[in-house]
Design a protein around this ligand. Structure first.
Ligand SMILES: Nc1ncnc2c1ncn2[C@@H]1O[C@H](COP(=O)(O)OP(=O)(O)O)[C@@H](O)[C@H]1O
Ligand SMILES: CC(C)(COP(=O)(O)O)[C@@H](O)C(=O)NCCC(=O)O
Length: 390
């Protein structure tokens, strides 16, 4: 099985792979900023070697257990929540909601039921029913985040990686030594969960300064028209123009007694108070850089403090705020490394933004999907295709 990856709804992004086989198990995560979709499609092609259709029911054995071989692809797509109509149109056009999973016992008669999580599963339930005639079967957001993280960490080769000094290093996940870990999901807001096993977790903290804060404040301060534009600006900026550094306060010197170098940020945006400058006098690039650094640093620090609270050494960061963005990951990793004195490790996920949707997808397992997934993972290891537009 491989991972078809793409996104729609934002200009300039790659289109999702158009499924040619049979589609099933559409799952949604409707968040404060983005709607994430995960769905499965079988290949509709012919196997070169056997000449048989790849969707034909072949049998393979694992130990004594017989499994039908099914070739397929997991698809990932995302839309801005404000453009929910584009998402509905995409589902409708590709008939994503019609393949399988109809008439769950818990559903009203004759309604197609789709697994959905996130606040929007409640907020937009009527809209989905009205526009697509489907009923959203709501799964708890925290349950889905954890289920999705465990599913991806265990099922996908090279899902997790560290990022330090511009170097990405994949982490080998030992299934028997995965727990406990801290899961930090940076969506519109931030949730921090201590994960002790499959379905065993506690939400230990959160912060309202998250991805929505970066995008919201960034939009107001820089006039950026899209999240990508804001990220792009941050690439070219210099935060020292706006941030007050230790050296600015200490006349260029380190404050070595407490371990602060002259280049450490003493106060994010602090220079803006001492300057007689207006907003328009600052370059949007510098503002974007300073904002990204402030928010990433703060999340890294709170995450470390929570890891410390529970003696956790591994912190996995998910959520679409990260976007595989080098500077974001670097800032978070440095914050965790700095505060933990190298004791704790920040790790990132290739399918960072799809944890909740993957968890909702996996929740079809209650109706036998786990078996299907198990077969697929065993027979067709996930390919190392990147997630989102990383
Ligand atoms: N194309 C985009 N449009 C808006 N926000 C984006 C985009 N790409 C990444 N983001 C960032 O991701 C955050 C949302 O992350 P996500 O994990 O989807 O959370 P939620 O479930 O709250 O929507 C946004 O607040 C923003 O910081
Ligand atoms: C309310 C939420 C769980 C919603 O999830 P989201 O759409 O942001 O992914 C999240 O925004 C959050 O955890 N906010 C932080 C709230 C707090 O603990 O202060």
């Amino acid at each position: 099985m491989d991972l078809g990856v793409g996104e729609v709804g934002t200009p300039g992004n790659s289109k999702p792979h158009q499924p040619s086989g049979q589609i099933s198990h559409l799952a949604l995560d409707i968040g404060g900023s983005l709607i994430k979709l995960v769905y499965f499609s079988t290949y509709d092609d012919v196997d070169d070697e056997t000449g048989r259709s790849a969707t034909e029911s072949l049998s393979v054995y694992n130990g004594n257990k017989k499994y039908p071989a099914l070739k397929g692809r997991l698809h990932f797509a995302k839309f801005e929540t404000t453009k929910i109509n584009d998402c509905l149109e995409f589902i409708q056009k590709n008939q994503l909601h019609l393949g399988g999973c109809q008439h769950l016992q818990s559903s009203p008669i004759d309604k197609t039921v789709i697994k959905a999580t996130g606040g929007g599963a409640y907020k937009y339930a009527d809209l989905f029913e009205e526009k697509l005639g489907i009923c959203l079967d709501k799964e708890d957001e925290m349950d889905c985040l954890v289920a999705g993280a465990n599913f991806l960490l265990k099922g996908i080769h090279q899902e997790a990686f560290t990022y330090m000094d511009g170097q990405k290093e994949f982490v080998q996940i030992d299934h028997n030594d995965l727990y406990p870990y801290l899961l930090v999901n940076i969506g519109s807001g931030v949730s921090m969960l201590k994960v002790d096993g499959d379905g065993k977790f506690e939400r230990v903290s959160g912060t309202n300064v998250g991805g929505g804060t970066f995008w919201g404040l960034g939009r107001l301060l820089t006039n950026s028209k899209s999240f990508d534009e804001l990220l792009e600006l941050s690439h070219k900026g210099n935060n020292r123009v706006i941030d007050m550094l230790v050296g600015d306060i200490y006349g260029g010197m380190d404050y070595s007694k407490i371990g602060l170098s002259s280049t450490t940020i003493a106060s994010s945006f602090g220079k803006a108070i001492s300057d007689s400058k207006e907003l328009a006098d600052y370059r949007p690039e510098d503002i974007a850089r300073s904002l990204l650094r402030m928010i990433s640093n703060n999340i890294g620090q709170i995450s470390y403090l929570n890891a410390l609270r529970f003696g956790l050494k591994r912190i996995f960061f998910g959520g679409f705020f990260i976007r595989g963005h080098a500077y974001t990951m670097d800032t978070i990793a440095v914050a965790v490394h700095f505060w933990s004195k190298g004791e704790a490790k920040a790790m990132f996920l290739r399918h960072e933004g799809f944890l909740g949707a993957s968890g909702a997808f996996r929740s079809y397992g209650k109706r036998g999907l786990d078996d299907l997934m198990l077969q697929l993972i065993q027979q067709f290891p996930f390919t190392a295709s990147p997630a989102g537009d990383i």
